[in-house]
Design a protein around this ligand. Sequence first.
Ligand SMILES: Cc1ncc(COP(=O)(O)O)c(C=O)c1O
Length: 412
Amino acid sequence: MDPGMDPAMNPAMKPAMKPGPSPVPIARTTPNPLRTTIDIAPIDPKVTAFHARMPAYSPTMLFDVPMLATQLGVGRLLVKAETRRMGLPSFKILGASWATYRAICEHIGYEPEPWRNINELAANLEHLKPFKLATATDGNHGRAVAFMARLLGFSCHIYVPKGMVEARIQAIRSEGALVTVVDGTYDEAVARSAQEASDRCLVVSDTSWEGYETTPARVIEGYSTIFHEIDDAIDASGLRHPDIVVIPMGVGAFMAAGVSHYRANAGKAVIVGVEPLDANCVQVSALAGEITAVQGPHNSIMVGLNCGMPSLTAWPRLSKGIDWFASVDDEAACQAMRDLAAVGIVSGETGAAGLAGFEALIRDDDFRSSTDLANATVLVVVTEGATDPEHYEQVVGRGHETIGRVITAVRA
Ligand SMILES: Cc1ncc(COP(=O)(O)O)c(C=O)c1O
């Protein structure tokens, strides 16, 4: 707890009001039958230096959460809170910004140096206009691409699946983007956005398909900054590096960055991938032995994870590098949101999936017997803040702005 903080004054210390009795969460946990040794190509070290030139860049917080560690029966629980990143409520801007930059470099055939900040980069790219960025999204990636387009003075067209919550659509529009709601799933929105590619429009997708793999690979590279920041915070504080790493998965791009980091130099951390039960395409693919589509509709409240197909570019790292899968239902995500709120971390539905998956996994006897949980340092990445504030309040019992922090950062 922060020194000097009076627990009685802190709303996060009071139990969250629940709207009613919660059903028991349902989960499917399995080891990865495809796990094998994997050769990892090092990620371009220029990525983090690039992010340092982005507006409002600073490392996000890594929290040590003893209360939750005790509740879960693990030695230490570290939470990397990607709830605010360069002014946006998720980590996605790290991938979107680097991938956009690299796609532009490839489009013009050179690096538009020198530039020290985004305004100078925009000035160096003035000659491209009129110019457009496009992508599909289930929320955060699209907003991040729209944010990049606005900073560079480009127009932007974002395709979203049917049923996306209005607050998330408005957030993308607030970046100045045109939003088209596709009458179908996220995967159908991806197919629609791909048709935008032209001399005057770059498609900056975080998922990949045959013939479209370079930009999604850059998105994965962009996420590497998160793991470097975690290493820096751990090294600066003298803590142990994680024995177990828990990462939520949609198309698996973020997980691919995690695998690259934690499997480099034959790294042995146990890697856990978490998905919604009805969109668990990575788990289903691993159990099938090959990429396999999970048919929609995908209606989980973990909207960022509502994907029916793993990314082709990510797949080799997902299939070979992950140790355990946990697919969870919406109630598990809600419970994890409340557990995070109780320690002062505001997480949206998708953001809480990692903790939800770990809470499910520790009920799996095979997992428990394969791991020394009591002495393990567990890292959970919370990937998103309250992107649907109304639903957050329904789930947690109070508004996200009233949540007060009762933990301290490993390194501020
Ligand atoms: C908040 C959040 N967390 C996790 C993910 C999963 O990332 P990926 O699709 O790269 O697996 C997403 C994807 O949109 C997301 O928005």
